[in-house]
Design a protein around this ligand. Structure first.
Ligand code: 3PG
Length: 203
């Protein structure tokens, strides 16, 4: 699976596809080797295409809502898709296109549906408002084989705590590469915030 081994999945909202290469290089210098480029902006697919062949880097898409979105991501060269919620047709199309897929869930009912689809890695969204680690631990009771990607409200202050849980395979968020930092071209800050995140977990 293309997200295997990654501990941080930056959520990227990008307005200018020309920023994609320097952004990905800054993340990589900071020790983060993947990015979830959201389809929330028109630049998203071009940004994915711009970094699809970057060495030691895996690019995928976020805010993937429909099977057509999955096709566009696959055609652009994305390797994984993330969704805010769970949609069977998105999961099926991702599998048909050989893309890793991590749909979002917010309730036990949705986890149950996802498990019946054969999924064992799910995004908890929005993680902080839903109760964060306490909710993950509670869901892990009936679903011990599921591992979560919490997203929404993760920060430098709490990422290591989430990642210390055996039920969390990676954390996701925008704090190390905000839309504003990208738009300002502040790639030094993105590199520094990425490195700080990685080092906080390693220590
Ligand atoms: C999102 O969908 O925007 C992600 O969950 C990131 O949330 P964050 O901006 O709180 O990190």
């Amino acid at each position: 699976m293309s997200l295997d081994g990654e501990r941080f999945v930056p959520v990227i909202v990008l307005d200018d596809p020309a920023r994609a290469v320097p952004l990905a290089e800054a993340l990589r210098r900071g020790g983060i080797r993947c990015a979830e480029i959201t389809l929330r902006t028109a630049a998203g697919l071009d940004a994915i295409a711009a970094i699809r062949d970057l060495p030691d880097f895996t690019v995928g898409a976020g805010t993937v809502l429909t099977p057509d979105d999955v096709d566009r991501v696959a055609d652009a060269g994305g390797r994984f898709v993330v969704s805010p919620g769970l949609a069977e047709d998105v999961v099926e199309r991702a599998r048909a296109r050989s893309l890793d897929v991590v749909p979002g869930i917010a309730t036990a009912t949705e986890v149950q549906r996802a498990v019946r689809l054969g999924l064992d890695r799910l995004k908890l969204f929005p993680a902080a408002p839903l109760g964060g680690l306490a909710t993950i631990r509670a869901l892990a009771g009936p679903f011990p084989d599921v591992r979560f990607l919490p997203s929404g409200g993760i920060s430098a202050a709490n990422a290591a705590d989430y990642l210390s849980s055996p039920h969390v395979f990676a954390v996701s968020g925008s704090w190390m590469a905000t839309r504003e930092l990208i738009a300002a071209g502040d790639f030094a800050a993105i590199e520094q915030l990425s490195r700080a995140a990685v080092e906080a977990v390693a220590s």
